[in-house]
Design a protein around this ligand. Sequence first.
Ligand code: ADP
Ligand code: MG
Length: 360
Amino acid sequence: MPPFIRIQNISKKYGVLQAVDAVSFDLEKGELFSLLGPSGCGKTTLLRILAGFEVPTSGLVEIDGQNMANVDPADRPVNIMFQNYALFPHMSVFNNIAYGLQRASLAKNEINHRVEDLLKLVHLTGMGERKPATLSGGQRQRVALARALARRPKLLLLDEPLAALDKKLRSDTQFELVNIQEKLGTTFIVVTHDQEEAMTLSTRIGVMNEGQLVQLATPNEIYENPKTRFIADFVGDISFVPAKINRQDGDYWLMDAAVPIYAACEHNLEAGKSITLAIRPEKITLTPEASGKINEFPVRIDDWAFYGAGTQYRVTGPGGIKLKLFQSHNQPSNAQLRPDQIETGFIHFAPESIIILEDK
Ligand code: ADP
Ligand code: MG
């Protein structure tokens, strides 16, 4: 059986600009997949190619085993929900959702049924007669979603679907979007430049940079094992430490950095090579006194900020090494840390928590 969605070697050039650069990946039916990357990296262009609004310079798109090369946008089992929703302002919510169904000449009964079902799905039952202008941002977003789902596409493409919502509403809507997707089992591709959003929503994430797909993996894998410095930096907070590989020492590799650091690595490394070590703030433990653990050294606390669930610190250690730390407040040992009363301390981190990046 071929994969449900197959994207093979898709490229798009605008003049000399390579907007999409040899992107390949497969999706399974029912996945909620995110395309994540900074503005201008080619996400929207790739969506438009899938929807058929843009012809790729080269490459192949297959949906459900069918080559899309000569299939018009209207004939693809695909719908796209745009960033700005583009609801018809003069039409009621009902007619906005029914629009595509009326154009497809469905029977009136069938249309009424479907629209009522969709209103229920997006929690807007009873709002069918309202005009978009009388709705909140979150409600308008849900009308746009219902409209995009009306013709029961096999693949729904959502371009920055939550960008217009404020932060609190955005996180509620993220969960709602996941619920709806799970209920319908429709394959979703969500484009976002917001790494938290991609993490929350997706079964898998494709990270894009400068037109290329640079990593495709689960949210957890991308966070714990980013392949490049760009990805490590783009997804979550992290500190980088330049280092040189010294030698294998027991279970670990000794790294020459501002301070000697032991790192765990499952594959063989090349002694003498310059690399970058990366470590997430929550993987570092701050203690008032030394505890004798591996990778422990004294630090000066440069500043700190209270974040409700924890405190973030910036510290400087021997050789000028600078690190960001996050100490969760629900760790009993951290309850005794009083950032307003200490200026120095000790930090340690496990060799397993170090990410070794081969680029600089
Ligand atoms: P993203 O959605 O990731 O922000 P886009 O896919 O919109 O990125 O754009 C990728 C690159 O292609 C950008 O440099 C953009 O300026 C360029 N681009 C997009 N559409 C066109 C077009 N129709 N003509 C020329 N350049 C374009
Ligand atoms: Mg875009």
